[in-house]
Design a binder for this molecule. Sequence first.
Ligand SMILES: [Fe+2]
Length: 353
Amino acid sequence: MQFEYTPIPTKAVFAENAALKLKDEVEKLGCRRVMIACSAGMVKRIDHIIESLGPLCVALYNGAKPHCPEQVAMEALELYNKKNADCIVAIGGGSTIGIGKAIALRTDAKFIVIATTPCGSESTPIYGMLIGNQKKTGRDVRVIARTTIYDPMLTTGLNAHLTGTIGMNSLAHCVEALYAKDKNPVSDLYAIEGIVALTKGIKGSILNPNDLNARAQVLYGGMLSGYCVNLAGIAIHHKICHVLGGHHGIPHGESNSVILPYAIAYNETAAPFAMEKITTAMKTKSASGGVYDFARDINVPKSLKELGMREEHLDIAAKETVETTPFNPKPVDFQSVRALLQQAYEGIRPIPY
Ligand SMILES: [Fe+2]
């Protein structure tokens, strides 16, 4: 056995009402002036958190927008500097966390997240910003949250569609970690545990939105999915999703929901270790078939056709996917990717390669 493993430098706090531990966590980091960032829709749900901080809270920025546009991040940074804050607390999902990362990268801010979705972004060194209509990304260990608070009480408002589609993205991160380039025995553990937690938690949360155990499982799986990306990386599934998002306007959760069963089928014979772990974790006979059935159970989008993709654009999407060949257990070529996309377009049961 030969591998390298660096633990992710972040602290996780899990509990019902954990958001009320924010003041303690801020003080443990030695901070005295907190700025909170969130979206406009989140403000009324976090009154109690702001109140619990008392005079420690010196600013609230509530302008978070999808994909973290540059103008939004710079506006938040300006407010952070103007208020002479020393701690940025992002309360929300990936877009809000993006603001926290932009500030953590450019200042000495201590960065805390209260995660309200299972996106896992809080525990990755990857940051991104929308500049014009292009998403620019980078990697820096300073953007990993020092502390993340996971409070299932804050996630009961996440509707079935978002729970399902954001959850499928997290599931994909765990699945791909089982066959990605930098995988190791520790990332395998995170991935397997993440698949179990996410599949149980997503189903339970959709069945009963107030099931706090299920909600906590989803957050836990989301956290693990972030560890997976950080440690193992991504492969063909995410490459296709980035192409579908970047050039064809398909949101990330939606593309993940549709593509994942087909990406697994693509690797079915080339990655037997991953397939065995997925089938065991999901208690299913086939990895791709199990994920395909799971996606239908939780009622996330089923085909690229349903998402408005035009069939005549499948050729260009396949071409864009193979332009910079991603690492993948099964070699990536135009014909195979085009065939994968055709299946995904139609939403048929995936055919293993
Ligand atoms: Fe993703």
